[in-house]
Design a protein around this ligand. Structure first.
Ligand code: BG6
Length: 466
């Protein structure tokens, strides 16, 4: 397996001690299901100086005590090359294209700086292809992950024609008219790189179709190399989540959260709208807050009776646009609190420090979960909440999330750009009776766990072999 982010990343303290921490996001959740006891090797990249130090100390093969027993080879790619490939191309161009995030008349600009970064991206993809060519046994299956590594499949194919190669995209795929913002030669390289694989797979049929449409538009009719296309909709890991959500640290955080949420003037517990995201532009956190503000403005009966618990965990803080977005989220939350708050009621509880136990606590007690991304490959939060909810939780879900294909029927769905429409959806979700809420949650949980991570992975392997 190959991905930019591995299962762990390190921090180095003043005493020189390295501590491994588990990474976040759907990709890591999916691949982590392939636990110890297999001969799988996970090739990933050092993401920061502490990771580079870990690579220096271990020679690149991480200590299994740090990785939960998985065999992990971490590559020490040149720091500048990694920065240009990861921040420059992967996060600022390919992520923006697939999530359709360019929104000003001056963006994007593909200039000589972009071409320089593209050369780094090629070098970065080649480093992976070379490492995989070294690691893989004769005839092995190799699963290459995501937009960071679109060129690797073709490069690896040239180095090792004996391998069976799969590529998996964890993001949406842009429709041709948006994908073709990319310069023609770059668009062709991205598609041609993935088509170097025997099989290219996606989280939903919608993204798979968009990829095929892009191939036709950019490369001409037909999938030229005979690459097969597949769909595997990653689901929630029900056993892990239910066990983890009932540990004492989660119960303790539920007590703290309940105290923060408090009771309404009539003495009943306040209703809770929960969201949990990386502070990510595509997650649409600011519009979510504005919709909540609109709810409080247009439906004064909810004032003092509801709290919006918003967890927005730091992400990609090397990029100015992410830092600015984080500040904007904080500014809008503070504004709502100063406009509507009273001495006994804080309308928005915004927390930015990553705490998985607290996220699970919020999932368990939420009355409403708000998942309103502009676009999202899948969105696992939408699938995790129904699985761990104690008494049923109404899901407000963007129709642009991949999870909508599976969960749309039992969610209250929204156009993520429509603030008034989202406020109405929040009102509808808050007003849903307990019986209906519990019934819908049960059906959502069944859908959400249809393809748990281990099967998601094994299905891909089986399909690649077939
Ligand atoms: O930049 P980061 O933090 O490694 O996040 C990347 C991952 O973020 C996840 O949320 C996406 O599902 C993946 O597509 C992506 O690979």
């Amino acid at each position: 397996m190959a991905s930019n982010r591995g299962p762990v990343s390190y921090t180095l303290d003043e005493t020189g001690r390295l501590t491994a921490r588990r990474g976040g996001g759907g990709l890591v959740s999916g691949l982590s299901a392939i636990g110890p006891g297999t001969d799988a090797v996970w090739v990933c990249s050092a993401l920061n100086d502490s990771d580079r130090e870990a690579v220096r100390r271990t020679g690149g093969t991480l200590d299994p005590a740090d990785t939960g027993g998985q065999h992990v080879r971490m590559l020490d790619v040149d720091a500048q090359m990694h920065a240009a490939a990861y921040n420059g191309i992967a996060n600022s161009v390919l992520w923006f294209v697939h999530h359709m995030l360019y929104q000003t008349p001056m963006e994007p600009v593909f200039d000589t700086e972009f071409r320089r970064q593209w050369a780094a991206y090629e070098g970065y993809n080649r480093a992976f292809a070379e490492a995989l060519a070294e690691e893989a046994a004769e005839g092995a299956a190799v699963l290459v992950q995501d937009y960071h590594l679109t060129l690797t499949p073709r490069m690896l194919r040239e180095l090792r024609p004996d391998l069976r190669i799969g590529h998996f995209s964890h993001t949406p795929w842009a429709p041709p008219e948006y994908f073709r913002l990319l310069p023609d030669d770059i668009a062709a390289q991205v598609l041609g790189g993935i088509l170097g694989a025997d099989r290219a797979a996606f989280l939903t049929q919608r993204w798979a179709d968009a990829f095929t449409d892009c191939c036709h538009a950019v490369l001409g009719p037909g999938i030229p190399s005979g690459t097969r296309i597949g769909v595997h909709g990653l689901g929630a890991d029900v056993e892990f989540l239910r066990e983890r959500a009932h540990r004492p640290d989660v119960a303790e955080r539920m007590r703290t959260l309940r105290a923060q949420i408090g009771t309404a003037p009539d003495g009943r517990p306040r209703k809770t709208i929960v969201r949990v995201d990386r502070t990510e532009l595509s997650k649409n956190i600011v519009r979510g807050l504005l919709a909540y503000e609109e709810l409080l403005r247009s439906r004064p009966e909810w004032r003092e009776r509801v709290v919006h618990v918003a967890f927005a965990y730091p992400s990609r803080q090397d990029l100015a646009v992410y830092r600015e977005y984080t500040a904007e989220v904080q500014r809008v939350a503070a504004e709502i609190n100063s406009r509507f708050g009273t001495p006994g009621w804080t309308p928005v509880e915004l927390h930015v420090k990553d705490d998985f136990a607290r996220s699970l606590a919020a999932y368990r007690l939420a009355d409403v979960a708000l998942v309103n991304p502009i676009r999202d490959g899948m969105n696992l939060v939408a699938k995790e909440v129904p699985v761990v909810s104690d008494e049923g939780c109404a899901l407000v879900l963007s129709r642009e999330a991949g999870a909508y294909e599976e969960l749309g029927e039992d969610a209250v769905t929204v156009n993520p750009y429509d603030i008034v429409g989202t406020a109405r959806a929040l009102h509808e979700a808050l007003s849903m009776g307990p019986g209906e809420r519990a019934e819908r949650t049960k059906r959502l949980a069944a859908q959400a766990t249809a393809l748990p991570p281990a099967r998601w992975f094994l299905d891909q392997l089986a399909a690649l072999e077939g």
